[in-house]
Design a protein around this ligand. Structure first.
Ligand code: NAG
Ligand code: NAG
Length: 418
């Protein structure tokens, strides 16, 4: 299935040393690339090292593919995507998995994080557990570096374009008749949601069967307010720097409050800025800045008049120390009113990180039904159900529950913050 497109592939000579993206030539666009079309494949190589997965086996052939895309202003850029093809892959089913990178530097990119296995990018170990489950369904999994070459977390349009253009490239690479589904948690859910919103106008030729979105933050102000002074306060720095990477006006506005603070990948950022009260001490009252608010609103799912046009599954923990559930309730109301086909699985248990694990089996089952063209099992366009845990979602096999409980426990025991 790969032979058909070999002509468009540029194999780069494989040096086996693993370089961080800012030093790796593969991440740079070829000359004159702006005359290529969005979604075009510009380079292909086997990854320069094995995938390092500590909690789950990854049994797949891997490729890295450089894809032509564009930023929010329509200026050309390039996205690295990792493509995983399991043995007995079903070439008609491709899952685009958006990791929760949630950081503002290139060296935290998923394509590199999958290979580096370092603590700095430790959230990738969760991603790999979930990816392992998707591969076990014989789905091909693509993992776009959806924040793009400028790490513009959490910029809506740029990441939507990145995801949709990587799906176009996957279609060329694997199969013109492939169907796609999306999944993401936290920042990965944010980007996935935006891809479903732009799908109809930007890439209607892609057959997208649905999206599973966990731990959404449809209101960026509420996210920043909620983590300020707490264990995940570092998300404030990552968000402010990520938005500064895309919007010069935002960056200038931030500089009225203080200098740019040092960037770290998600886990190091949480450790470094643990408990910092940014709004009180460092960037005093930045939460109320009108210019900056304009950019949160631009990228918020809440309050938009464009909504998803494919079926959506949302999972969220009730007591959520990062993404407050009230805002999720608001986006559910907005989307249900707009006629979106939506199932909401509300988990009564505690913790954003635990829910990342608990919601996966339900999401895989739900996405499998969409791939099978099965109708949703509820009346009307919206269904909202509360469960003690989403591991109790009907149809989840016991072995999956046990497996996820063990992985979650191992994972959480490594976290500096619980
Ligand atoms: C490509 O980029 C160069 C340099 O930025 C610019 O001069 C040129 O007009 C661009 N070409 C196209 C086709 O956009
Ligand atoms: C978003 O969150 C902020 C901060 O909590 C709140 O003031 C605002 O009303 C929220 N926006 C919407 C649309 O509910």
């Amino acid at each position: 299935m790969l032979s058909l497109i070999i002509f468009s592939i540029v194999f780069t000579s494989s040096s086996l040393s693993l370089l961080p993206p800012h030093l790796d030539e593969f991440y740079k666009p070829p000359k004159n690339y702006n005359s290529t079309k969005v979604g075009e494949i510009l380079k292909v190589r086997p990854p320069p090292g094995p995938i390092r997965s500590y909690l789950a086996p990854i049994n797949a052939i891997a490729w890295q593919i450089l894809v032509r895309s564009e930023n929010s202003r329509g200026e050309p850029n390039v996205i690295v995507m990792t493509l995983l093809e399991p043995p007995d892959a079903n070439p008609k089913r491709i899952l685009s998995y958006q990791p929760f990178e949630n950081a503002a530097i290139l060296d935290c990119s998923p394509s590199y994080a999958l290979l580096s296995g370092s603590f700095d990018i430790f959230e990738t170990q969760c991603d790999l557990t979930f990816i392992s489950m998707a591969l076990s369904q014989n789905w091909i999994v693509i993992i776009p570096d959806h924040e793009g070459p400028n790490s513009v977390f959490p910029v809506a349009k740029e990441s939507a374009f990145a995801i949709l253009n990587c799906m176009r490239a996957a279609k060329t690479f694997i199969n013109e008749d492939a169907k796609f589904a999306l999944i993401g948690y936290s920042g990965g859910a944010h980007s996935s949601a935006w891809a479903t919103i732009y799908h109809e106008s930007y890439a209607p030729e892609l057959e997208l069967v649905g999206a599973a979105l966990g731990g959404l933050f449809p209101n960026i102000s509420a996210l920043l307010e909620n983590v300020n002074g707490g264990p995940y306060a570092g998300l404030i720095v990552n968000t402010l720097n990520g938005l500064s990477n895309e919007y010069p006006e935002f960056k200038n506005a931030l500089h009225k409050y203080g200098p740019t603070l040092k960037n770290y990948c998600l886990f190091s950022s949480a450790v470094h800025y643990f408990g910092t009260h940014f709004n009180e001490h460092i960037y005093k009252n930045f939460l109320y800045d009108e210019t900056m608010k304009k950019y949160y609103l631009k990228n918020d799912l809440l309050g938009q008049d464009k909504n998803p046009t494919v079926p959506i599954f949302i999972y969220h923990s009730k007591i959520n120390e990062i993404a407050p559930i009230d805002e999720t309730h608001k986006i559910i109301t907005q989307w249900c009113k707009a006629g979106v086909t939506l199932e909401f699985a509300e988990d009564a248990s505690y913790n954003h990180m635990v829910e990342a694990f608990s919601g996966i089996p339900a999401s895989i089952l739900w996405l499998n039904d969409r791939f099978n063209d099965e109708p949703t099992e509820f009346e009307g366009n919206c269904h909202w159900e509360k469960r003690v845990s989403n591991l109790l979602y009907p149809g989840v096999p016991n072995f999956l529950k046990e497996y996820l409980k063990i992985s979650a426990k191992q994972y959480l025991s490594q976290l500096p913050i619980r």
